[in-house]
Design a protein around this ligand. Structure first.
Ligand SMILES: [Zn+2]
Ligand SMILES: [Zn+2]
Length: 342
């Protein structure tokens, strides 16, 4: 079934491509490094290719005794203040093996990627650093790790994410844990940010109160209750717009931050509420049965523990902890962001 289109297609693919003559590959000779007590031997080319630090180092003048550093095992370039395991991981990235190619991935453990990140940052190996950050981002880092690694290796994205995730936790971690992992300064700033966010929301809810109509579906944000209902504890009828019938004790809300919208640069903030904590003012007991409810808009089942507070536009603007984090930690974040612009 040969058609004109087929013919022209096969003609295009068959059109001869000029075969490029191979260029001779240069490895720049072997170089010896000593890290801790271990001597490593490697081709020199990719160190110079990926890092100006090595490029410069390799062009240093010959020592007074005439021996060129790094030329042989007896005269290695001594890399002080680095870890041999880190260097070993970096070598695996600089010189992958045929096995790596066949398996399709360069298999390094999380700790090994951290080593690669450490050295690529210190030696300004930009491409390799970017790759290590991508690999580690896939390895689900917890907020404490994000903050610690973000600071140590100047990764603005992790530092910011970690801080935002930590203030969103409810309840927030014990002060001792925050202090021991982050230091008193950061712990104090974080608690302040969390306090501000909750206080702003509390101040908003206090005068207006909370009505049934403000309880939303976390999937589609529509109102979960469109009619009044009875308190399950005292059977009192609660109208859908009655702002005085319910109250939320302190700390019953969780704050959630959604991924930043790259177009507007805004981070969406929502508040989740567990109906278990929502009290009837008349009887001071929980007003709801602890079960799942069907959303009248999207028909999905929504568990009593993950209702979303519908605050409208103002609520979202007010609950801006990411903004407060920028105010508190902006200088440090900017410093880390500058790394990749170097
Ligand atoms: Zn009641
Ligand atoms: Zn819904």
């Amino acid at each position: 079934m040969s058609t004109a289109a087929n013919e022209s297609a096969s003609h295009t693919t068959a059109s001869p491509r000029p075969i490029l003559r191979p260029k001779s590959k240069r490895w720049g000779g072997t170089i010896f490094f000593k890290v801790e007590e271990i001597v490593f031997e490697a081709p020199r080319s990719r160190f110079a290719e990926h890092s100006e630090v090595f490029e410069t180092m390799f062009h240093l003048p010959v020592g007074s005794d005439g021996a060129v550093e790094g030329r042989d095992e007896e005269h290695p370039i001594v890399l002080e203040g680095y870890q041999a395991v880190h260097f070993d991981s970096l070598l695996n990235v600089l010189y992958p093996t045929p096995e790596d190619l066949i398996s399709g991935i360069l298999k390094l453990e999380k700790e090994e990627w951290i080593g690669v990140l450490n050295l690529s940052t210190r030696w300004s190996m930009k491409k390799i650093r970017r790759h290590a950050i991508n690999e580690l981002s896939k390895a689900s880092l917890n907020p404490m790790e994000k903050i610690a690694l973000g600071r140590e290796h100047e990764v603005a994205k992790w530092f910011r994410e970690g801080l935002t995730e930590l203030v969103s936790e409810n309840p927030i971690r014990p002060l001792a844990e925050l202090k021991s992992h982050l230091g008193a300064d950061i712990a104090c700033s974080l608690l302040w940010v969390q306090n501000q966010t909750q206080a702003i929301l509390g101040a908003r809810l206090a005068p207006t109160g909370l009505s049934l109509g403000m309880l939303g579906c976390f999937r589609c944000q529509a109102a979960m209750f469109t009619n009044g209902r009875n308190c399950v504890s005292c059977s009192r009828t609660i109208a859908v717009d009655d702002c005085s019938a319910l109250h939320i004790p302190n700390g019953a809300l969780s704050t959630y931050f959604h991924a930043e919208d790259p177009a507007s640069g805004l981070t969406q903030v929502t508040f989740r509420i567990n109906l278990q904590h929502l009290m009837c003012r008349a009887c001071s007991e929980c007003a709801f049965s602890l079960t799942s409810y069907t959303c009248p808009s999207c028909s999905q089942l929504v568990s009593y523990s993950i209702f979303e507070l519908r605050l409208g536009k103002n609520g979202i603007e007010n609950g801006s902890a990411p903004q407060k984090i920028l105010e508190e930690f902006g200088e440090e974040i900017a410093r880390y962001e500058a790394w990749d612009e170097k």
